[in-house]
Design a protein around this ligand. Structure first.
Ligand SMILES: [Zn+2]
Length: 520
């Protein structure tokens, strides 16, 4: 088959591409560009995405083919070299060399690069053409107007803050070099602190290890944190961390004055207990993974479901014995007797005996079925998703302990706008055509349901002031069951100068003394 790229016809590779990567046909041809004038913004953006995907694919195949060509040249040259070393016949090796040159490997490479170049060119054109159109389409819907998105009395748009969120997000993904470049080139006046970077570096060491099926760095971290949480106030760390990004950080010291003898408010104590139990849970999950890994190693069947120990184990620790890869002929000879998993379980799970009874029973039961795990009632424990799940938990626990948001704020913002923007655009269009409520722009901001994924129960937004609740301004439960913020409540009572509050949502009146603050 032939694929059309920007009007030129390219032949598919004569050489096998090995990985079986199929090239995506690049569309559209010149004829198609004319007809695309009345496409929706979504379609236009999709075309851009397709063009980018196509470049990425072409890049991959070009890289693979290039590697193969060069490798085959190297191999043949090595062969010629060996031949030359063995015999004195220069003629043979010279012949081999000329054969390589005559094959013109560079033509294969240049053909590949030409294709890559073409698809990059095509991508550029698609972006230029479609992005302008998409932008004007959005403009038509009046969503290019930034004021349309400014919440009433919301914070002003701060480019520096946005840049910091981006840098933070890059660090979170482990793209430290890119983050540094962005910081340098944008000349941020108050860059993300070095401690934040260091924290994310630590997180990435643990995450990479988990990806390589090594639980030790994460386990070590969890142990340290658990010990730390037992000693110090869990909030001091969060307070130290930058409070500008995310939730959970910046726990203010007690405002109610009723602190306990140790200087910790009941809130802090509860927070500490909460953090501690989560760390303990994480530790149990990590130990569980290692235990299951030990069972797998013990069976030593080629088709082990969980790949084990891709990375060489670089660091030793006191319980290193359990973390070394099984040596069949070494210490524990009775392979298949599960000596290591059983010993491991004895030494590690004992402390969890009470609270984790059911889990430990299951883990013990898994031993019985170890030889046919995939058909056992315990196969869920071996699913690939388990590692990913524990990694996500680890990330969340790590971020919480440093006062970072549990999920990347940038990603959350993008996901949220992905859902909200089209709806907002539609709404703006309807508003304009219907000429409804044009003067009351403020009250006309529609609420968009972002779905369960985006509900963070630790936050509350007051329906009156539209402000997010804080510790100083907690949500208050009225007797009718509706909730407003404390500030809004105070405002209402001040205006009305009575000890009764009329609910802004329903006709019920509440007595101020019976209104209770809500704590998350
Ligand atoms: Zn009410």
């Amino acid at each position: 088959c032939f694929w059309q790229v920007g009007g030129t016809v390219l032949r598919p590779q004569a050489q096998p591409t090995g990985s079986g990567a199929t090239r995506r046909p690049v569309e559209p041809g010149p004829s198609e560009t004319m007809s695309g004038s009345n496409r929706s913004p979504e379609e236009l953006l999709k075309q851009i995405r397709d063009a980018c995907d196509s470049v990425a694919e072409t890049q991959e195949t070009t890289y693979e083919t290039g590697l193969k060509v060069v490798q085959s040249m190297i191999n043949r040259l090595e062969k010629a070299k060996r031949k030359l070393a063995k015999s004195d016949s220069y003629a043979i090796s010279l012949k081999a060399c000329t054969a390589i040159i005559n094959e013109k490997p560079h033509t294969t490479l240049s053909r590949e690069f030409k294709e890559l170049h073409n698809s990059v060119l095509h991508m550029g054109k698609t972006i230029d053409r479609n992005l302008t159109r998409a932008a004007s389409a959005f403009e038509d819907a009046n969503i290019a107007d930034p004021t349309a998105f400014t919440p009433p009395a919301g914070p002003a748009f701060a480019p520096e803050e946005l840049s910091k969120v981006i840098v933070h997000s890059l660090m979170r993904r482990g793209r430290f070099e890119v983050a540094d470049t962005v910081t340098r080139e944008l000349k941020l006046t108050s860059p993300v602190p070095a401690s934040t970077r260091k924290a994310f570096e630590e997180m990435h060491v643990c995450c990479r290890a988990l990806e390589a099926r090594d639980v030790r760095p994460a386990l070590r971290w969890a142990e340290e944190q658990e010990r730390g949480a037992a000693q110090e106030s869990g909030s001091s760390k969060a307070e130290k961390a930058s409070s500008w990004v995310g939730l959970g950080g910046g726990k203010k010291s007690a405002t109610n004055g009723s602190s306990s003898p140790e200087g910790l408010s009941p809130e802090h104590k509860a927070w500490n207990v909460h953090i501690k139990s989560q760390l303990r849970d994480l530790r149990f999950q990590l130990l569980k993974l290692r235990y299951l890994q030990l069972i797998q190693e013990d069976i030593i069947q080629p088709a082990a479901a969980v790949p084990v120990g891709k990375k060489p184990l670089s660091q030793q620790d006191n319980n290193g014995e359990y973390f070394q890869k099984q040596q069949p002929s070494a210490k524990h000879q009775r392979v298949g007797q599960f000596v290591r998993p059983i010993e491991f379980a004895r030494s590690k799970f004992a402390e969890f005996a009470g609270e984790r009874q059911r889990d430990i029973e299951r883990l013990a039961g898994a031993l019985l079925f170890a030889k046919d795990l995939m058909n056992s009632p315990y196969r869920d424990m071996y699913s690939q998703g388990t590692w990913q799940d524990v990694k996500i938990r680890f990330e969340a626990a790590f971020c919480r302990s440093h006062g970072f948001a549990g999920r990347d704020p940038l990603v959350v913002a993008l996901l949220a706008s992905n859902v909200a923007l089209p709806k907002r655009a539609k709404y703006a269009a309807v508003m304009r055509t219907g000429k409804l409520l044009l003067d009351e722009k403020e009250s006309a901001v529609p609420e968009v349901n972002l779905g369960k994924e985006m509900q963070f129960h630790s936050t509350f937004v007051c329906p009156i002031s539209k402000a997010q609740s804080t510790r100083d301004n907690p949500p208050m439960l009225l007797t009718c069951g509706h909730v407003i913020s404390q500030d809004a409540l105070l405002k209402i009572t001040r205006v009305r100068r009575s000890n009764k509050v009329k609910c802004p949502t329903c006709p019920v009146e509440s007595i101020t003394s019976s209104v209770t603050p809500i704590k998350f």
